[in-house]
Design a protein around this ligand. Sequence first.
Ligand code: HEC
Ligand code: HEC
Length: 226
Amino acid sequence: MTSGLRGNGTIRARMVARGLALAIGFAAAALGCGSSSSRSASGTGGSTGAGAGGRMAGSDAGPSAVARNDAGADASGADAPADPFAAPPTCTSGKTWTGADNGSKLMNPGRGCITCHSKSSEAPVLTLAGTVYPTAHEPDLCDGASSTVYSGATVVITGADQQTITLTPNTAGNFLYQGGLALPFRVKLTYMGRERMMAVAQTSGDCNSCHTQDGADGAPGRILLP
Ligand code: HEC
Ligand code: HEC
């Protein structure tokens, strides 16, 4: 596949759209496309999501002007749609998990499932787990892309041995898998004939540990429904 090329295009588009987002005053900390800067903007722990309004503050005029120029130049003749990763933080479902660490397939959407399970003797060992969201920066514990609303969405994992595993997000948007998997693996999300692919092969199945609200370890944000 041309996933490498596609990834570069996506990253470029993301840079441009981040510029656009800055121009409207969102997430100044993401300027410069450094994943480390966006990661440090709010960290991973404990966000309960009230904060969309609070996070709008702090754009500064200089970088916005630069970003606007960049976006303008690039938009001419570009057929790229608006970058969904420029979306503001929100909990689209309006539903938040309140069951603490009571074991369930629906538990703790958005949090790093395997990070926590690996510290507990009672929690099941999971090979892959994570949460699919309809927008790119949803807070921890917010229910993701529910199978009842977004039916037909799949997470397709292809192991190093070319074996394919197809997972379906549940009503919290969570998906999980407990069987064997040859590393590294590749990831593709599908929904309504559209796709999003992870360009880089991964060895960790703890999807949400990188796909945090703001994105950690270079990830652009949440695992986004195509
Ligand atoms: C902060 C810790 C923590 C996080 C984060 C977490 N879990 Fe759990 N999970 C547990 C613990 C502890 C148990 C076992 C205790 C229990 O079943 O009540 C458990 C149990 C489970 C079970 C077994 C339920 C059953 O019926 O036996 C499933 C399935 C599960 N988790 C899925 C997930 C998924 C999917 C995620 C991520 C979206 C996740 N968990 C995130 C702590 C966590
Ligand atoms: C170690 C960190 C890490 C883990 C774990 C991880 N990802 Fe990613 N993911 C990334 C990074 C970095 C990118 C951006 C570069 C790329 O596309 O490879 C990304 C990109 C993606 C994309 C494409 C985003 C876009 O541009 O639309 C999808 C889809 C995705 N990941 C899904 C998953 C799923 C599902 C899992 C778990 C099975 C997972 N990822 C685990 C780091 C990670």
